[in-house]
Design a binder for this molecule. Structure first.
Ligand code: FES
Ligand code: FES
Length: 160
């Protein structure tokens, strides 16, 4: 029997009828809502390409059953920029060359936003540890780590 859920995706209410109760949040975002920024890498929780925020916490959307998220607030890479103004993490990835092919980048950026929201990372080692669930096959790790650390500094400055 089809199940109906309501999500708030990037601040907009989205009603979705699920024909398959096993549908993942990633598939709902990409195939039903048309937000293809979240990428499918491994589809088994191992690469982080599908990372989104659910109620402010980062998750692998390929592992989350959509039916279990009725009423949740979901933020995807498409929801970060404010019009023409990039989010500080997006800006930092550009400035620090935090990508090559870009396939992992939406997940890296969402994970970084989640990490900073969790209180951030005290030093480069903790940045690497906090981002360890996000794999980059292009090995752009030095730029990614520098971008996360820089964005964290800027966002702390904005708060203060
Ligand atoms: Fe979700 Fe790899 S696609 S962790
Ligand atoms: Fe290519 Fe990370 S930039 S996989």
């Amino acid at each position: 029997m089809p199940l109906s859920i309501r999500l708030a995706v990037n601040g907009e209410p989205r009603d979705v009828v699920l024909d398959d109760p096993r549908a993942t949040l990633l598939d709902v975002l990409r195939d039903r809502i048309g937000l293809t920024g979240s990428k499918k890498g491994c589809d088994r929780g191992q690469c982080g390409a599908c990372t989104v925020l659910v109620d402010g916490r980062r998750i692998n959307s390929c592992l989350a059953l959509a039916v279990s998220l009725d009423g949740a607030e979901v933020t995807t890479i498409e929801g970060l920029a404010q019009g023409e103004d990039l989010h500080p993490v997006q800006q930092a990835f550009i400035e620090h060359d935090g990508f090559q092919c870009g396939y992992c980048t939406p997940g890296q950026i969402m994970s970084a936003v989640g990490l900073i929201g969790e209180g951030g990372a005290a030093d480069p080692e903790h940045v690497r540890e906090g981002m360890s669930g996000n794999i980059c096959r292009c090995a752009a790790y030095p730029g990614i780590a520098a971008a996360v650390a820089d964005a964290q500094r800027r966002m702390a400055g904005q708060k203060g």
